[in-house]
Design a protein around this ligand. Sequence first.
Ligand SMILES: Cc1cc2nc3c(=O)[nH]c(=O)nc-3n(C[C@H](O)[C@H](O)[C@H](O)COP(=O)(O)OP(=O)(O)OC[C@H]3O[C@@H](n4cnc5c(N)ncnc54)[C@H](O)[C@@H]3O)c2cc1C
Length: 472
Amino acid sequence: MSHDETAFLDALRAAAGAQAVLTDAPDVAPFCTDWRRRYTGSAIAVAQPASTDETARIVQACAHHGVAIVPQGGNTGLVGGATPAPGARAIVLSTRRMNRIRAVDPVNDCITVEAGCTLRAVQDAAQARGRLFPLRLASEGSCTIGGNLATNAGGTEVLRYGNARELTLGIEAVLAGGRVWNGLRALRKDNSGYDCKQWLIGSEGTLGIITAASLKLFPAPRAQLVALVALPDIDAALALLAQARSQAGPALTAFELLSEPAVELVSRASPDRRRPFPAPHPWLALLEWTDHESDEHAAAGLERLCAAAIEAGTAHDAVIARTLADCADLWHLRESVPEAQARAGGNVKHDISLPLEAWAPFLAETGSGLAALQRGLQVFAFGHLGDGNLHYNVGTVPGTPPQVAFDLEREINDIVFGAVERHHGSVAAEHGVGQLRRELVARVKAPQEIEWMRAIKTALDPDALFNPGKVL
Ligand SMILES: Cc1cc2nc3c(=O)[nH]c(=O)nc-3n(C[C@H](O)[C@H](O)[C@H](O)COP(=O)(O)OP(=O)(O)OC[C@H]3O[C@@H](n4cnc5c(N)ncnc54)[C@H](O)[C@@H]3O)c2cc1C
């Protein structure tokens, strides 16, 4: 170890205490690989501050020694954003020890939490006070609020409550040089100039470290039931969405879509679970109805909706879950897809959004493009159709090794992203850019937007020490 490195590690230990600094290779390694095991890097150390002050002192030490900082929360990101580069002169700054709920304010309907709180801990703290924090992701037991804000996470309730950006009232952060910015004003109106917290939301750790946030709460609903609707094609799914929106209004809190190959993948991964319908259907839509009346009222709403869809010929079949256990079962089907994909050997992922009317031509164009490229490819499409966002993942049919798709990744991406561009969509709908989509940002953002992003990066992080190699 060089003299410089020894001096730097001493400074880190002085900043946060020796117990907060990991340097042994087996301790550091899990922080240097991402959830999908697609990226592996290295770090001089992992620093685990327990407070904003400790974070500030760590950032000061890094600035003094010119060491880069890769912020990391739950490490559930899907684009390699929290993984350092191989051979990087960097530390991973893990926020997991900053996990206190600072305050719940039922009058202003807000909660103030530290960045390392898991999303589930925040949901639970809200629920304990009769409130709802409506951000919901399949990774909620592990992902953190800091990571959710840094990626502007979406999830299943965006349709009704918006994504992380819309749920944030204020932010506290440690910025370049270790300056602490206390922007935890929980105001619902504040037009006193630029809204600086928005720069950090969705910045993926490239502008500073979010240490705490004030978040919006909502009244806890009395009833939340789901229905699963079998559909013949994507046009029927869009017709059902339009019908559900006009019939349910704000009671429609989620509208998720699953293609048959995605359902089949989950069935293969959990053979003990029975399929929701005896026969396969090209698409299944999962609708969630949330209201402040009663289970009976919610069930009646879903019944009317499903009956009208079947009568109109939009839907082939429907099941309504009337108990918590049945609802959890249907949600499990939807939320198990990422895990089932990983177990099946992975696939070439695309987290894309399109204007709703573009989905039918997009699926037709990319379907024929992929069929012409290679036999044995299969699309596992699923996700948040209500927000115009599907995960359009390209793998292989059973019996064809997943590597066949990975070997064609560039050609597959050309087909998919070419169609996204033609239909004016986004190549990074909710998972962010990280390392995976960095080269693609210029395809969907105007040159002026890239210039503004660079100007903000230079202004907030002049020495480029926050999460180098990500986003820009
Ligand atoms: C099974 C599964 C399902 C998922 N479903 C969804 C979904 O429905 N919708 C969705 O949007 N995402 C989803 N994700 C992706 C992921 O869970 C989210 O991106 C989540 O917000 C990441 O949180 P994290 O704490 O794990 O962040 P990490 O993975 O640790 O980090 C993600 C990014 O945020 C930065 N970062 C982390 N903490 C901070 C901080 N305190 N300050 C500044 N920067 C920080 C990192 O540097 C990195 O760039 C899913 C992931 C999995 C594994």
